[in-house]
Every structure is written in C-alpha cells, then in structure tokens.
Design a protein around this ligand. Structure first.
Ligand code: GLU
Length: 284
C-alpha cells in the first residue's frame, strides 16, 4: 500500500513554527517513502475560519518547499459524509441528544457528591445528565448536539483496540481499554449544534476518505487519538499508523499557539528569515 500522509491545519490564524515542524515532518515522511502528501483545510468552525488565513497557509507551505496533491479537501464541503456517518452511529444506538449548556455541565460536575471534577481530552467529563438508558428510536435530530454513549459504544466493539505509534525509527503498539474510554474520556460530543459535526468525527472520516496511512501530528493530540480509534472501529474504518511528534515551545517552555504571532511563519518570512533558518530553529 502506498504511504499517504497529510497536514490538516485550521484556517483560524497564522501558521507558526509548530505547524511548520508538523508539515515538514509529514512531507518528509511521504517523500522518503515515495508516498503521497495531502492537505486538508479543517474549516468546520465557520465562525473562526477566514479565507485570508487559508490563503496564507497555501503561501507559507509553498514557501517551505512543500507540494501537495490537488484538489485540497475542505471540511466545510464534507457535511454529507458527516451526516451519513452520524446516521450510521444513530442507527447503531450509540448517540443521544444533549440539552446541557456548559454551565449545566459545570454545575453538575461541581456538585459535592461528585468529588473532584474529572477532565478528559475535551474538558470536563460529561456527567451523563441527558444519557438515556435505552437507545433512541426516533430519527436523528439535526439541530441538537449529539453525544457518544461511550459505555454502549465500548460494549459493541471487539477489544482490545489500539494503534501503532511510529517515529524516530521505532514502533510501538499503544493499547486502549474500554475502562479508560469510559472513565477517562466519557460521552464526548460527536456533532456540535453549531456545526453538525465535531473535530473528532470529521478527522476520522476525512483521514479515511483521503486514504491516509500515517498521521503525523503533535503530542497534544495523543489523547484524542484514543477517541479516533474508537470512532474508526464503530464506523468500520481502518486505523492509520500515528506519529505524535514533540511540540515546539517558546523560550519559556510554553507550547506555541495561534496567538503567538511572533513565531508566525509569515512574519518570519517578512523579516527575511530563510527556510533553512526555520528548519534550524525547529531542529530539522
Ligand atoms: N486541525 C487540527 C489543528 O490545526 C489538526 C488536526 C489533526 O492533525 O488531526 O490543530
């Protein structure tokens, strides 16, 4: 099978050194294996995505010497695929509508009998307020957030699940347990009210649609990968190999974020830095 990697930025701010590291690593992996490199614009959050950031992404990646296949996948055009997957999950009986606001969830998890609120990859672990004890039989609601009933999802899957973590010449199998999914992750949102999908669902479906064999992304997404493996299993999709790379930090040790404009590639370009400078700063 041809190796295929991707870079999947959200056009919600400038690409910074951390993005350059991720994109160059993925591109280098594809090139070394004579494989494919794909780009995906993760613009499901239409309130934050901007065409000018998307244009800047293309410009910065080309400047870094990266070439990608066309057409570029854009998540904002993929709602029919997301809807089809949500219908499938709804029919499997593993989704339920959630009526809670953030404040409701914070209040429920702060109740004294609950002990210390537990945090999962998506923030507070959902206390289960809207969870029903029987699978819904009605048609899937389109205008409500839908949560994954993690206990039911886990009960339907063949364990053990896991994924291969590969990088720097080593490979290791990372097992995932039903217990850690139920206690440490809980009922995550798979369709948000405002977008009809979620990061987790879209990423899983798009990696499969783009036939991605190797996902290269930062260690900050390691916990999300366990969720992705579960969603892949529920939708009968293959699990790619993952490489969660080290994070690029500023001189105080803080992970770079979109707001760190000082490390924006565009700014460094305008200040006269070369691609070699960037490579040497990020240790490539
Ligand atoms: N769109 C995500 C980001 O910009 C990356 C998602 C991924 O690589 O899976 O952080």
């Amino acid at each position: 099978m041809t190796l295929a990697t991707r870079f999947a930025p959200s056009p919600t701010g400038p690409l910074h050194l951390g993005h350059a590291y991720s994109a160059l690593l993925a591109y280098g992996l594809a090139q070394a294996a004579n494989g494919r490199f794909l780009l995906r614009i993760e613009d499901i959050d239409l309130s934050r995505a901007r065409p000018e950031w998307e244009a800047q992404i293309y410009s910065d990646l080309a400047w870094l010497g990266i070439e990608w296949e066309l057409p570029v996948m854009r998540q904002s055009k993929r709602q029919p695929a997301y809807d089809a997957a949500l219908d499938k999950l709804w029919q499997r009986g593993v989704l339920y509508p959630c009526y809670c606001s953030r404040a409701d969830i914070a209040a429920a998890t702060a109740a004294p009998q609950e002990g210390a609120p537990m945090l999962g990859p998506d923030g507070l672990i959902y206390p289960g307020t809207c969870r029903t004890d029987h699978p819904p039989t009605t048609v899937r609601p389109r205008d409500l957030p839908l949560r994954l009933n993690m206990a039911w999802a886990c009960a339907q899957l063949d364990w053990p699940l896991g994924f291969t973590e590969e990088g720097s010449g080593t490979a290791q199998y990372v097992p995932i347990t039903a217990d850690e999914m139920q206690r440490g992750v809980g009922d995550i949102v798979l369709a948000r009210r405002d977008m009809g999908t979620s990061y987790h669902l879209s990423v899983v479906l798009d990696d499969a649609a783009q036939h991605i064999t190797h996902v290269v992304r930062g260690r900050d997404l390691l916990e999300a990968t366990a969720i992705h493996v579960v969603v892949q299993a529920l939708l009968d999709l293959p699990t790619p190999v993952y490489h969660h790379h080290r994070l690029i930090r500023d001189e105080t040790g803080k992970r770079l974020a979109k707001r760190d404009n000082a490390r924006a590639i565009a700014l460094m370009r305008s200040e006269g830095h070369s691609v070699k400078d960037i490579q040497s700063i990020i240790g490539l």
